[in-house]
Design a protein around this ligand. Structure first.
Ligand code: FRU
Length: 676
């Protein structure tokens, strides 16, 4: 393997060649970290999805292994691709795949079938169906046998979601000792739901519960993971963390894909998010005016809910002019069952209700084409608020401040603006609340643009949670300027839960074996820095630690940070810093070399971070040939961004804007290039 090409990461895993996306089947066994990943054996863009394989002893040096699951029929007649999933060691041979005392390893993944077919198991699948299958390995994960006798082991989504078979994926499996069963969490991507299944043998799966939608619901929900972690290291205080990828969606200021998390509890069958876990629009403080899938409603319960009726009451019928009355089906996905096809527009009017609470919150998306959905609030026949959905894929929260209309009688109209094609309108969860719904109300696992499809390791001690993410973004992943490979994995990170500023945060710690790959280059202390301070040439790959505090009063700086990967004249540069006024970390990649391949790439990204109790701010910054990862504070804020600077852009400097920055401590350790 060559590590000398332009942009080739030195300490982030990349395949020698070809396209890679999500980490899959992360499994630790006998001293070896196995990492499988979405891989195209035949090219440098997404396709022919197979499971690539790499191994590491220290999460730092990786060795690429032969492809583990090759797309069936590759290359000319692909009938099944292997989408994302996870893997476990079946120590007690519950599956029966073990032989001669050898415990089988089991992978559960999403089978994607490009065309309808009858499978060897006799099961029939439809065009583009996604279903969950298993494979086993008896040679420590090197070769795998798919369970063709019965695959897919979960064929269709359960009632009432059978129509979701195109977007049903990414099983995350683990052993749950308290119930002595295997658990699988699978995503209903378009409905923003996680389905939880259990099994005694990894072959037969029983549906136990569902979770979601919750917080950020932009785009598809993909790659779920749920796992327990003790709070502040206290094993008597364990919380469960649910991680979900969103595409498109992601943290404010990013475009493309991102990862959110929820804290809550898991009782072996059901995940319940904490009520104080940040939420955007629902659950509401008051009634739902309209909802389609929150609570315990069955399919036919979907529809309008008269005010005063909270979850659990029958819906009230809405009417659509020229069509039959509707008692349900007014849902995120299902609305097109009655507003589709023909060139008619239509309006669906709610029962009238009395305005209480300060806000009406709702989710809105655009429909199959942009701007097909509109919603309005009418009082006495007059429109007092109107909104349209602006993105066909992405449901976003909006709110109306109705504090001026207390106790007045109102109706809401949902309008299909389509004049052709499918009037697939998208509205959901219209509810009363005392707080406005906003899209920023989510816990983001990472605030940068290049961190997606997070997966945790199985096979480690119960509370040791090492994760890896795909360090790329679906917005431009296929056109980043690297060759002959595309995409790197993030630094592996160990997660824990810590109480910071009175709330529980997921904290991340990079898990590389730095000693083996770095040598310290700079270690200095500056009582005060004003303006800029040159650091000279620090190379293309480095580990940096920077601690500082704002100068006092009027002389204090407004911003402090470090410029890395700069050309001699600084026309190319990546700026990483802290804004004391807004208390935000930022990464500016507007001048980070090649930014031309996507119009959204040249941007500045921001993440919230409060200074520590001693008023200092700490940033750990990991620079590689084509990436920058920032860990702020104790690791409660991270930002991951790709950059594509020239090879000789290796200069660095500190900057203090608007005044002086005090007590600056800087350590730079150079990562030896081609050290692998
Ligand atoms: C997420 C994802 C998964 C899917 C895989 C296909 O990045 O879309 O949902 O399983 O990629 O490669």
């Amino acid at each position: 393997e060559s590590y000398t090409e332009l942009y080739r990461p030195q300490y982030h895993f990349t395949p020698a060649q070809n396209w890679m996306n999500d980490p899959n089947g992360l499994l630790y066994a006998d001293g070896t970290y196995h990492m499988y990943y979405q891989y195209n054996p035949g090219g440098n863009t997404w396709g022919a999805m197979s499971w690539g394989h790499a191994t590491s002893e220290d999460l730092t040096h990786w060795k690429e292994q032969p492809v583990a699951l090759l797309a069936r029929g590759y290359p000319n007649n692909i009938t099944e691709m292997f989408f994302s999933g996870s893997a476990v060691i079946d120590e007690h041979n519950t599956s029966g795949f073990g032989k001669k005392g050898k415990a089988p390893w089991i992978a559960m993944y999403t089978s994607y079938y490009p065309t309808a077919q009858v499978l060897p198991s006799g099961k029939q699948v439809r065009d583009n169906q996604q279903a969950q299958s298993i494979a086993y390995s008896l040679d420590h994960g090197t070769t795998w046998t798919t369970y063709d006798e019965a695959n897919p082991v979960i064929l269709d989504p359960p009632a009432p979601y059978q129509d979701q078979f195109l977007d049903f994926r990414d099983p995350n499996i683990f052993w749950h000792q308290p119930i002595r069963k295997w658990v699988a969490v699978v995503s209903l991507a378009k409905l923003h739901k996680l389905l939880i299944y259990t099994s005694t043998n990894l072959k037969q799966w029983d549906l136990e519960s569902e979770f979601g939608p919750f917080n950020a619901v932009g785009g598809n929900w993909e790659c779920p993971n749920i796992f327990p972690l003790p709070v502040d290291g206290d094993k008597s205080k364990v919380k469960w963390v649910a991680i979900v990828g969103i595409n498109p969606g992601g943290p404010p200021g990013t475009v493309g894909s991102g990862v959110q998390y929820f804290l809550g509890d898991f009782n072996g069958t059901t995940f319940t998010a904490d009520s104080n876990s940040i939420h955007g629009g629902g659950p509401p403080d008051g009634s739902f005016i309209f909802e389609d899938f929150e609570g315990n409603h069955s399919f036919s319960d979907r529809g309008w809910i008269a005010t005063g009726d909270f979850i659990g009451t029958s819906p009230v019928a809405g009417t659509l002019p020229g069509q039959n009355p509707v008692t349900g089906y007014l849902g995120n996905q299902l609305v097109n069952t009655f507003l589709n096809g023909d060139a008619t527009t239509g309006t669906l009017t709610s029962p009238s209700f009395t305005i209480s609470y300060k806000y009406i919150n709702f989710l809105i998306g655009g429909g199959d084409n942009i701007n097909q959905t509109a919603i309005q609030l009418k009082i006495d026949g007059n429109v007092v608020y109107a909104a349209t959905g602006s993105n066909s894929e992405q449901l976003t929260w909006q709110h109306w401040d109705v504090s001026a209309f207390q106790n007045q009688t109102a109706v809401i109209e949902i309008i299909d603006l389509a004049t052709g094609g499918w009037g697939h309108i998208n509205v959901d969860e219209i509810s009363f609340a005392n707080t406005p719904a906003t899209n920023n109300n989510a816990n983001w696992l990472d605030w940068g643009p290049d961190f997606y499809a997070t997966q945790g390791y199985n096979g480690l001690p119960q509370y040791q949670r090492t994760i890896i993410s795909w360090m790329n973004n679906w917005q431009y992943g296929g056109v980043i300027p690297t060759s002959p490979w595309r995409s790197a994995m993030s630094i592996p990170r160990q997660l824990s839960l810590k109480t910071i500023d009175e709330s529980i945060a997921v904290v991340q710690e990079p898990e590389e074996c730095w000693k083996a790959i770095t040598q310290t280059q700079i270690a200095s202390t500056f009582p005060s820095i004003t303006g800029t301070h040159s650091l000279g040439d620090i190379g293309n790959a480095a580990e940096i630690e920077l601690t500082f505090s704002s100068g006092d009063g009027t002389n204090g700086s407004s911003e402090f940070g470090i410029i890395v990967r700069a050309s001699k004249d600084f026309s190319q540069q990546t700026r990483i810093g802290y804004d004391f006024t807004t208390q935000q970390v930022f990464v500016d990649r507007t001048k980070s070399g090649d930014v031309s391949f996507d119009s959204t790439f040249a941007s500045v990204y921001y993440a919230p971070l409060s200074p520590a109790s001693d008023k200092t701010v700490t940033l750990r910054i990991f620079v590689d040939w084509s990436s920058v990862e920032v860990f702020g504070g104790q690791g409660q804020t991270t930002m991951t961004t790709q950059i594509f600077p020239d090879e000789n852009a290796t200069n660095a400097q500190l900057f203090s804007t608007g005044g002086s920055t005090k007590n600056v401590q800087l350590r730079i350790s150079k990562v030896r290039n081609h050290a692998f």
